[in-house]
Design a protein around this ligand. Structure first.
Ligand code: AVJ
Length: 321
């Protein structure tokens, strides 16, 4: 089998450019973290997951290693022995692939805004899983999470929405609630398997988002190169520095790019001047307590929630239905 790739113009470059320009003109300037993910940005994120300081991916993988059999049993009890797996923001697809052995999906639908990277990932995955239906969809689900019907083929009915890695952290609570509702509708009475990073001491969080090797700084600065292509702008990454810190009151990491000196950016139809020290907000990564996140799941309409964690209680995996 070859992967089916649905390039249904779900991602509208002109709409992305308009959104980026609006963000650059906002007070203060802010652009969505989705603009991290061009092909290089997706690779830099993969590099982040290997950093000593970035405990998230490793901790979540340890939870799946230790509790994978119980998690798979709970999934099979709800969805039968060969579930359909749908993953928003699938990236390298490595997390899902590591669970194929236990979950035994009959179809894997991977969604990502980084279309070229996703296409490569699926082509690399297919040989090891020749009988599995692999579907890639280029999709910006930040406005709305929904699938083109072609993605499911004849596999309509309840599915497992897989949303690992604490990607939900990019959404403020009200938007996270909306996304969880959309995930629930998307699963058509199936279930949601989600990974959520927990509130923990600021020093640990700050190190995870401002690592000694500077990989997260490169990931953050690469957004400017991506914007230059999306928008036709003339950002110089050397004019900017990476800033990341945990805001305890808001329970979120904030990532910014800060102007090293007075600078300006121009694009067709607009420009903005920045003073030394002015910031461009690039990401929020919200951290949750398990209690608060379970309450959010309930508010989104899920009635049942199973919960697994690591010994240190740093990260949560929840199966909600
Ligand atoms: C992909 C959103 C889960 O917030 O930890 C990693 C992105 N940003 N380092 C996260 C990210 C900086 C990551 N998520």
């Amino acid at each position: 089998m070859s992967p089916l790739f649905l390039d249904l113009h779900q991602i509208d470059p002109a709409a992305l450019a308009r959104e980026a320009a609006l963000g650059l003109l906002a007070q203060p300037a802010a652009v969505s973290p989705k603009f991290f993910y061009d092909a290089l940005g997706s690779r830099l994120f993969e590099a982040i997951t290997a950093l000593d300081e970035y405990y998230l991916t490793r901790t979540e993988a340890a939870i799946f290693e230790r509790h994978g059999a119980a998690i798979a049993a709970a999934v099979h009890a709800r969805l039968g022995p060969r579930p359909v797996l749908v993953e928003p923001g699938a990236g390298s697809c490595r997390k899902a692939a590591s669970l194929f052995g236990m979950l035994r999906p009959r179809r894997y639908v991977a969604l990502d805004i980084s279309v070229d990277y996703l296409r490569e990932a699926l082509w690399a995955l297919q040989p090891a899983h020749p009988a599995l239906a692999l579907v890639g969809v280029g999709l910006d689900f930040s406005a709305r999470l929904a699938l083109p019907p072609e993605a499911l083929g004849t596999d309509v009915g309840p599915s497992l929405v897989f949303y690992p890695g604490s990607s939900i952290g990019n959404f403020a609570p009200a938007q996270a609630l909306r996304l969880l509702r959309e995930a629930r509708a998307l699963s058509q009475g199936g279930a949601l398997l989600i990974g959520v990073d927990r509130v923990k001491p600021a020093a640990v969080l700050n190190a995870a988002y401002d690592d000694a090797l500077g990989v997260t700084a490169a990931f953050n600065l690469n957004l400017l190169r991506h914007l230059n292509r999306v928008l036709g702008s003339d950002f110089r990454p050397a004019d900017w520095r990476h800033i990341a810190f945990f805001d305890v009151a808001a329970s979120r990491i904030e990532m910014h790019l800060e102007a090293r000196h007075a600078t300006a950016v121009h694009w067709p139809g607009g420009e903005r001047h920045f003073m030394a020290g002015d910031r461009l907000l690039t990401e929020h990564a919200y951290k949750w307590t398990p209690e608060a996140f379970e309450a959010l799941l309930h508010e989104a309409g899920y009635r049942d929630c199973q919960h697994w964690s690591d010994d240190a209680g740093g990260f949560s995996v929840m199966l909600a239905a």
